[in-house]
Design a binder for this molecule. Structure first.
Ligand SMILES: Nc1ncnc2c1ncn2[C@@H]1O[C@H](COP(=O)(O)OP(=O)(O)O)[C@@H](O)[C@H]1O
Ligand SMILES: [Mg+2]
Length: 641
């Protein structure tokens, strides 16, 4: 999958977890070294398992301290949440362990920030350098036993799913500024969100409703795949569809299988919620009850062979009497069940975030789509385009498959969204955010949120610009996750292309990076298929979204940026004959960047540099005064987007 190894060094935003055992020195005195060693081995193994389950990597064991990093080789888009979830699980597992629980009161620090990651050549290990690591250690020292202390950026990124205590301020050795810290209270039961009304998407909603009507009226199963990158609004569209469903189909049953990005021990785990919903099982049902109730549900409805089917279904959700080994039997049990459930009323079956699903689950979804009988079933799969990398023919050849690709949200809708969230129709600020989010409502919401957090008034022009120039970590993470899925050479094209700006030429990239045109052109074809760039002219490509360019650029170290800008400047100069005048400013820009302006403190590396807009220079407009203090209206929910 990811091959970031091609880059010797990269800048990245990661989340670091530090855990250590309180009072271990005293414990070391008290215990025999061999016993201590055995306990430590158990503790390390637990930590390793938990971290791996959440997609992180254990970086070091130092004495009784564990350091793990999330988002290092592969950003997931939700690494702060993963780290917190891992922290809670590690704490709970150690605390409830018969051997460790009494003796190993651990405390944990979690912090998010930028590092330079370098791969050590021989070992293939990463070396992570950055202040974020020291601060994570400091946070951990400030945590009470069995508790988790988080840094500012972690808490910000994870606030939609986790609850934190009020901010406290820690003095940290060797740091001029005190460090903000938030004790983790736990997971939020229901992610907090005040929903914004659905804006735009009329045609998409109508199309979904039309398919539903046909599937139900004609008793013909349909699969609709709603495909779009993270944050485009797949989940929101589905919510609206489901909210409106009872108006036309009062007796419709809805079951949702949520695929998870991590911590998933069972391939078919997402089906658990479906089964529980259909059968009417409750969360606390014991495995034997699960089997009995499924059998009873099937029997009550005269389902032939209900005993064997009940066992298979129970096995899918980890409540069976043995492992599932017969895949064919399992698949047909599920198909039977879905057809059977639909005899009681129209059935809507949703697979959310299917791009995260295991291959076997994809096979199962495709299989149950080939119905043998008339059945009013509508299956809806919400997925990012990454699914098509794994399954280029997803849904293809099926008679009843519809691929609904969500386009970016219309500018007018994003404008209304931003005005709503900002509680202000100040055109300058609104338009800036709209422009920057380019039709991605998640980005728009996060930009509004970070603006509100960072500035107290919209009249402070500098503060507004500063806040908008800083890319929120949540946005950075979702984009980086996509880039990390690319193979090294495609990723490199984006990185080098980003040095040129929003638009780049194949020749330029090839020249600057010492490649031949043909291979770069080929890689660009792949990037088009992945919807990361668009072809805009004979040799010109442009980043599909401005933020893709920014994030790709940010992964370059300062040294690398300087080198590439110098090479870009030279290449442009060579091209300039006869057009010197027109290109002068651009060439000068590259040379300026090559000299490497020493970043001010404010120029935190996740701040990016805009190439100059050719033609008119950017003018700073004064913003009209704000009538009242900024206050967030609906909070933005950050689900698994
Ligand atoms: N059409 C829309 N109108 C209003 N808000 C929207 C719309 N589409 C998305 N949003 C909001 O944008 C954010 C991201 O949308 P979401 O549906 O979670 O994206 P996805 O599921 O594609 O990752 C959510 O907070 C959602 O409520
Ligand atoms: Mg979603």
């Amino acid at each position: 999958m990811s091959q970031t190894s091609a880059m010797p060094e990269e800048r990245r935003v990661v989340t670091v977890l530090f855990a250590d055992v309180m009072g271990s020195t005293a414990l070391g005195e008290e215990l025999d070294p061999e016993d201590m060693r055995a306990l430590l081995a158990l503790y390390y193994a637990t930590a390793k398992d938990v971290v791996a389950q959440h997609g992180g990597t254990v970086e070091k064991f130092i004495g009784d301290a564990v350091m793990a990093v999330f988002g290092l080789q592969q950003a997931h888009g939700d690494d702060p949440e993963r780290a917190l979830s891992a922290a809670l699980e590690l704490r709970d597992r150690v605390r409830s362990d018969a051997k460790l629980g009494e003796r190993f009161p651990i405390r944990i620090g979690v912090n998010t920030g930028e590092v330079v990651a370098a791969r050590e050549h021989d070992a293939g290990d990463f070396l992570v350098t950055g202040d974020v690591v020291n601060v994570a250690a400091r946070l951990q020292q400030a945590a009470a036993p069995w508790s988790v202390m988080c840094g500012e950026r972690t808490a910000r990124a994870a606030r939609a799913t986790f609850a934190f205590a009020d901010r406290i301020s820690l003095d940290a050795k060797g740091k001029r500024q005190p460090v903000s810290a938030y004790a983790l209270n736990g997971r939020l039961d229901r992610p907090s969100a005040l929903r914004v009304p659905l804006l735009g998407r009329d045609a998409d909603l109508e199309q979904l409703e039309l398919v539903a009507r046909r599937a139900f009226a004609e008793q013909r199963p349909f699969l609709v795949s709603v495909i779009a990158p993270a944050g485009t609004g797949k989940t929101r569209l589905l919510e609206e569809f489901l909210d409106r469903l009872p108006r036309t189909h009062e007796n419709a049953q809805v079951a949702i299988a949520q695929c998870l990005p991590y911590g998933q021990r069972l391939t078919y785990w997402p089906l658990r919620a479906v089964l529980y919903r259909l059968v009417g099982l409750t969360e606390d049902a014991l495995p034997t009850q699960v089997r009995e109730q499924i059998a009873a549900w099937l029997a009550r409805n005269d389902f032939a062979g209900h005993g064997a089917t009940a066992n298979l279904l129970a096995a899918t959700v980890g409540a069976g009497e043995g492992e599932v080994t017969d895949r064919a039997a399992l698949f047909s049990a599920w198909r039977d069940t879905i057809e059977f459930a639909s005899t009681r009323g129209p059935l809507v079956l949703v697979f959310e975030d299917l791009h995260w699903s295991a291959d076997s689950l994809l096979d199962l979804v495709e299989y149950v789509m080939q119905p043998r009988a008339d059945a009013p079933v509508l299956m809806i799969a919400l997925t990012r385009p990454e699914l098509l990398d794994r399954r280029p023919n997803w849904g293809g050849g099926r008679r009843n498959h519809l691929a609904l690709t969500l386009e970016p949200l219309a500018e007018s809708a994003v404008t209304r969204l931003v005005e709503h969230l900002l509680e202000s129709a100040r055109p300058d600020v609104v338009q800036r955010i709209v422009k920057r989010s380019e039709g991605n409502p998640f980005y728009a919401g996060e930009l509004v949120r970070s603006l509100i957090e960072r500035t107290s008034s919209l009249t402070d022009v500098r503060a507004v610009e500063e806040a908008l120039a800083n890319l929120p970590d949540t946005v950075q993470a979702t984009v980086l996750a996509r880039l990390d899925l690319l193979d090294a050479s495609s990723r490199r094209v984006l990185q080098v292309g980003a040095v040129f700006g929003r638009t780049f030429r194949v020749r330029g990239v090839a020249e600057v990076d010492g490649l031949d045109d043909a291979s770069v052109a080929l890689l660009c074809q792949d990037l088009i298929i992945k919807d990361l760039v668009r072809h805009v002219g004979s040799d010109d490509y442009t980043f599909r979204h401005i933020l893709i360019r920014e994030v790709a650029y940010q992964t370059l170290t300062r040294g690398e940026r300087a080198r590439l800008h110098a090479a870009a400047g030279r290449w442009l100069e060579a091209q300039a004959t006869g057009r010197e005048e027109a290109l002068a400013e651009l060439i000068a820009y590259h040379y300026r960047e090559a000299v490497g302006r020493v970043p001010r403190e404010a120029a935190r590396s996740h701040r990016f540099v805009h190439p100059p807009c050719t033609g008119s220079r950017r003018r700073r407009k004064r913003l009209p005064p704000a009538p009242r203090r900024l206050r967030p209206r609906g909070t933005f929910e950050r689900r698994s987007s």
